[in-house]
Write a protein that binds this ligand. Structure first.
Ligand code: SF4
Length: 168
C-alpha cells in the first residue's frame, strides 16, 4: 500500500488554479529555490503519512477538482502518480500539477513523464526570485508556464493555458 507524506489538504482554495479546488500539498522538494514561499515543505518526512485511499476520500468528500502541489509532487513520482490516478477515477474535472521541473525536463525522465501524462495542466519551472511578478495568475515568477498537457504532447510543442476572458 502506497503512503504519501502530505503537508496539508485544503478544500475550496482559489489560488492554485481556476475556480474552487482541493489543493493537495505533498511533502518533499529538491529544488531549493531562493525565496521559496515554504522551505518547510522541502523535507519529504514532514507532514503526515496518508494512504491513497485516505487522500481520495477527502477529495471525494469535498467534490472540487484537484491541484497537486507541495513541495514538488514530482520529487515523489510514484506517490504523485498514485494520487493522480485515484483522483482521475473520481472524475471531478481538470487535474492541475505544480512542479519545479520544467515541462521538458520532466518529459525526459520516464517516471516524471508518467505523472505528467496523468494530469491535465502543469505549472512548471522553479520559482525565480528575480522574475517574481505579483500580477501573474496562479504562479509566482514569469519563467513559470501554465501548460495544457495533452495538447502539448499531441502537437510536440508547449501549448499555454489562457485564462478564459470575462465577457462582461
Ligand atoms: S519548487 Fe516550489 S516548493 Fe520547491 S523550492 Fe521551488 S518554490 Fe519551493
Amino acid at each position: 500500500m502506497i503512503s504519501v507524506n502530505v503537508l496539508d489538504i485544503v478544500p475550496g482554495t482559489s489560488v492554485d488554479g481556476p475556480g474552487l479546488r482541493t489543493a493537495i500539498y505533498m511533502a518533499g522538494c529538491d529544488h531549493a529555490c531562493p525565496g521559496c514561499h515554504n522551505p518547510d515543505s522541502w523535507n519529504p518526512q514532514h507532514g503526515r503519512p496518508m494512504t491513497i485511499e485516505q487522500i481520495a476520500s477527502v477529495v471525494e468528500e469535498n467534490g472540487f477538482p484537484v491541484t497537486l502541489t507541495g513541495g514538488d509532487p514530482l520529487c515523489n513520482p510514484s506517490g504523485a502518480l498514485a494520487i493522480a490516478e485515484a483522483v482521475r477515477r473520481l472524475d471531478l474535472g481538470p487535474l492541475w500539477l505544480y512542479t519545479g521541473f520544467t515541462f521538458e525536463q520532466a518529459l525526459r525522465n520516464a517516471a516524471l513523464r508518467s505523472v505528467i501524462e496523468a494530469v491535465d495542466v502543469v505549472v512548471d519551472g522553479p520559482f525565480v526570485q528575480s522574475r517574481r511578478d505579483l500580477s501573474l495568475t496562479f504562479r509566482g515568477s514569469c519563467n513559470q508556464r501554465i501548460i495544457l498537457v495533452s495538447q502539448s504532447l499531441r502537437q510536440g510543442e508547449v501549448v499555454i493555458w489562457r485564462e478564459p476572458s470575462c465577457d462582461f
